[in-house]
Design a protein around this ligand. Sequence first.
Ligand code: FES
Length: 102
Amino acid sequence: MPEYVTVAKVADVPSGERIVVEVKERYIAIFNVGGTYYAIEDVCTHDDGPLAEGELHEFEIECPRHGARFDIRTGKALSMPATQDVERFDVRVEGDDLQILI
Ligand code: FES
């Protein structure tokens, strides 16, 4: 059953920043865009590239390996060479903690 898990402090992810956390043996990228948090799996569906190391264009993260783009709000694959979406996770703030549903 998915549950909310504390993965970081709110202060760890200022606006415009991102971090990668390991939770339940998975790597999750958490982004703060203008005070709203988004979380997706940090593994490109094309060939396992580390998405959080890519450039963020508004809500699109570009894989640093071959340039596939994903929407960090939905996990949707937006361009080749990726054809499968990445998983996205709900994020919530509890006091000073950032939690994701995983
Ligand atoms: S590993 Fe991400 S585009 Fe190839």
